[in-house]
Every structure is written in C-alpha cells, then in structure tokens.
Write a protein that binds this ligand. Structure first.
Ligand code: DQA
Length: 150
C-alpha cells in the first residue's frame, strides 16, 4: 500500500496541554488517529513521527525518501528559522504540505514568515487540528494528479 508520512516538530508532543486557547484540546494521538483514518479511507498507510530535534526531522525526511508518496508536516517553530529543513525538503521528491494549527498570520510578526513554504507543495493554516486532515486530503489529491513540490 502507498504510504503517507505525518511529521510533527517541536512541542507538538504537548498538544492538548500546550496553550489550549491557541492549539485546542486534542492530543497528538487524537490528530494521528484522524489523519490515519483519512489516509486509510483513501487506501494509504500512515507512518507518523514527532521530534523536538531539528536533525531528527531532517533524518526522517531523508530516510523516507522513496518510501512515502507524500508528507504532512507541521514544522512548528522551525518553520520560521530552519534553512536546514528547507534544504532537506528541497532534496526529496515527495510533495510536502506545511500545516499550522493556529493562524500564524494573526499572531506575532516572527510567525508570519515561513522558511519552508517556498519548497512545499501547499500550506494549510488556521483550521485548528482539523487542518491536518484537510492537508492529508489535499496531499492525496496532489499525489493522484502526480504533482510534486512545484
Ligand atoms: C505552529 C505555529 C508555530 O509558529 C509555532 O511555533 C508552533 C505551532 C502551529 O501549528 O500553529 O509550535 O506550527
């Protein structure tokens, strides 16, 4: 079966407890369950990985090259800082959809810029944790159309 990777960056292991007014009350396990359901309904298997370490996220992007058809990625704070993650995404062929639970554009100015967006196939911002499911569905559509990161 074709596979999707759900990748989550720093502090997202604390979803549900972390700033619930901004990120909601669902846990990371709840998010994984929902994305898994969306993937399986469309005949994809879901692989998931969360790390608080930039290098581990980079390693996962490299390791899954050729194994997964697409990636839903919330890079969390690394979105705004990481040239290394941008280069890792640019180095792989699977399309990546960048997800943000909160509407980063309504927040502090330092959250308005994404280092990664220019090398991603799309972005879903401000739909709460449902954004992950929306991203997975959009990603599947792109995979079926044979579209990459642009
Ligand atoms: C976030 C937004 C980032 O600015 C922040 O650093 C996060 C979460 C979001 O999902 O809204 O950790 O990526």
């Amino acid at each position: 079966m074709r596979k999707l990777l759900l990748l989550n960056g720093p502090n997202l292991n604390r979803l549900g407890q972390r700033e619930p007014d901004t990120y909601g009350t669902e846990t990371l396990d709840d998010v994984i369950t929902k994305v898994k359901e969306a993937a399986e309904e469309n005949s994809f298997e879901l692989v998931d990985f969360q790390s608080n370490h930039e290098g581990e996220l980079i390693d996962k992007l490299h390791e899954t090259e050729g194994e997964v058809s697409g990636i839903v990625f919330n890079p969390a704070a690394y979105t705004h800082t990481s040239i290394a993650l941008r280069d890792a995404i640019a180095s792989i062929s699977a399309p990546v959809i960048e997800v943000h639970i909160s509407n980063v554009h309504q927040r502090e100015a330092f959250r308005h810029h994404s280092m990664l967006a220019p090398v991603c196939a799309g972005q879903v911002v401000g739909f709460g944790t449902d954004g992950y499911r929306l991203a997975a569905l959009g990603l599947i559509q792109k995979i079926d159309l044979g579209e990459g990161n642009g």
